[in-house]
Design a protein around this ligand. Structure first.
Ligand code: ARG
Length: 472
């Protein structure tokens, strides 16, 4: 007997090519545990509506629990004839408990509300798994940042030396980007936490079901308010994919820095052997493949959000089969991040930094020119003029091929009378760093407070990630 959930009105079997195109069971199988949990909740409301008596409910739950075991231990698998996960699981249930009771489960629900509910459950759980791995990357960054608060490095704009910064400050910027990503998941989750069950195919159900009870059984905060929207809405997928794309973009920027820092030209960072690869022809090579793959995989993550939005654009309501395209992209986004994030955490935590080299190059490129300008401003000179005075110092130092602090007292005085020898107090890297003591600035004392705050925030994000809305 076919497991197909439809077909009575057809006189011939589907063609092979049509069945191949239609099948989703080879990828939507990840939804199986969620589908079974949903079926248990649905059986309860069928019982509440008088459509399953107590012994039937008991048998149904027994069958679904057995099926869950068999799915998890691989005893029950989908066959190519099963169109999708929902079809396969109905077949499995009927194989265990028979059609007299197993055949009653489908009353009052459609695969349209079923799949929308399963996908919300799967993504809500996955958001937490991804967030936990993200927090691990942040912890690795935090440990490195804390170890390098007092180490100065060149800071860049336009990839040119700009001003010296604390290297701990430099590393910690990535923590903040990733914290916003986890916060985006938390905010997204509020909208995703609405159950589409009860929407049926599109119009709701005439059976006396209780969608609110199903929703709370499955860890949702409530029910979608419009059944037509409930089965057609994939905003929650598009938003989820935007967040994963942005995580990818943030990983790519971190990856790019690791590539630069570990290059011979920079020579700031050495990759641990366990987190780098060699070349098949050049024996000396040690390549930053984790950082490069993180950078490269952002491409597919961006592709997924673009694909989802394109599927949704102009799509008529309510359910259309186009919507089946929502799953492969989300599954791949999750699997991609679960590959990249642990590797990135390992790479970051084992990087060794050459702090002497960073310190030596911190003032290079006249990176203390802004310090001269701001010091002159403190002497009462307008900044417009101070900027020109500092520029004249750069010109003079450049002309004689020295750094700014090698200009003589006389040269400073000739450039501008406000430039007394006391200016030398800001012409050191340490003085420059310490002076930037705003709440968000690079002074080591400020950075220490920033890191302590970041750590508290990481604890909160970790706490969110470890509570699953519904265990399956
Ligand atoms: N496999 C389908 C999907 O993922 C399930 C819904 C099918 N609904 C239908 N009316 N054919 O979208």
């Amino acid at each position: 007997m076919t497991s197909r959930l439809w077909g009575a009105r057809f006189t011939s079997e589907p063609s092979d090519a049509m069945a191949n195109l239609s099948a989703s069971v080879h990828f939507d199988w990840v939804l199986a545990p969620f589908d079974i949990a949903q079926s248990k909740a649905h059986a309860r409301v069928l019982n509440g509506a008088g459509l399953l008596d107590a012994s039937e409910l008991h048998l149904m739950h027994f069958g679904l629990d057995q099926l869950r075991e068999q799915v998890l231990n691989g005893f029950f698998v989908a066959t190519p004839e099963d169109e999708d996960v929902h079809t396969a699981l109905e077949r499995g249930l009927i194989e265990i408990i028979g059609g007299a009771v197993g055949g009653k489960l489908r009353a009052g629900r459609s695969r349209n509300d079923q799949v929308a509910t399963d996908l919300r459950m799967y993504l809500r759980n996955s958001a937490r798994v991804v967030a936990s791995e993200l927090v691990e990357v942040q912890n690795a960054l935090l440990a490195q940042a804390s170890a390098h608060v007092d180490h100065a490095a060149p800071g860049f704009t336009h990839l040119q030396h700009a001003q010296p910064v604390s290297f701990g400050h430099e590393l910690a910027k990535h923590i903040h980007a990733f914290s916003r990503d986890v916060e985006r998941f938390i905010d997204w989750d509020k909208r995703a936490a609405k159950s589409p069950m009860g929407s049926g195919a599109l119009a709701g159900s005439s059976l006396d079901l209780d969608p609110v009870a199903v929703a709370s059984d499955l860890g949702f905060d409530g029910v979608v308010e419009n059944s037509i929207d409930g089965v057609s809405d994939r905003d929650f997928v598009a938003e989820f994919l935007f967040i994963t794309a942005l995580v990818g973009v943030h990983l790519s920027r971190l990856g790019e820095e690791i590539c630069l820092w570990s290059s011979r030209e920079f020579g700031w960072a050495t990759l641990d052997d366990a987190w780098s690869t060699g070349s098949s022809i050049m024996p000396q090579k040690k390549n930053p493949d984790v950082a490069e793959l993180a950078r490269g995989k952002s491409g597919r993550l961006i592709g997924h959000v673009t694909a989802m939005l394109t599927v949704l654009k102009g799509l008529p309501f309510a359910y259309n089969r186009d919507l089946q395209e929502d799953k492969e992209s989300s599954i791949d986004a999750i699997e991609t991040l679960l590959l990249v994030l642990p590797a990135m955490a390992g790479t970051v935590s084992t990087l060794k930094f050459d702090v002497d080299k960073m310190l030596k190059s911190a003032p290079e490129g006249f990176a203390l020119a802004t310090d001269i300008a701001e010091w002159v401003v403190k002497q009462g000179v307008p900044f417009r003029e101070a900027h020109e005075i500092a520029g004249a110092c750069v010109r003079a130092a450049e002309a004689q091929g020295t750094d700014l602090d090698e200009l003589s007292d006389q040269q400073f005085a000739e450039i501008h009378p406000s430039l007394t020898p006391a200016v030398r107090e800001v012409l050191t890297v340490q003085g420059s760093l310490d002076a930037r003591s705003t709440i968000n600035g690079t002074a080591p004392a400020s950075v220490r407070v920033q890191l302590a705050n970041a750590q508290v925030r990481l604890g909160q994000l970790h706490d969110w990630a470890k509570v699953t809305p519904h265990d399956v």
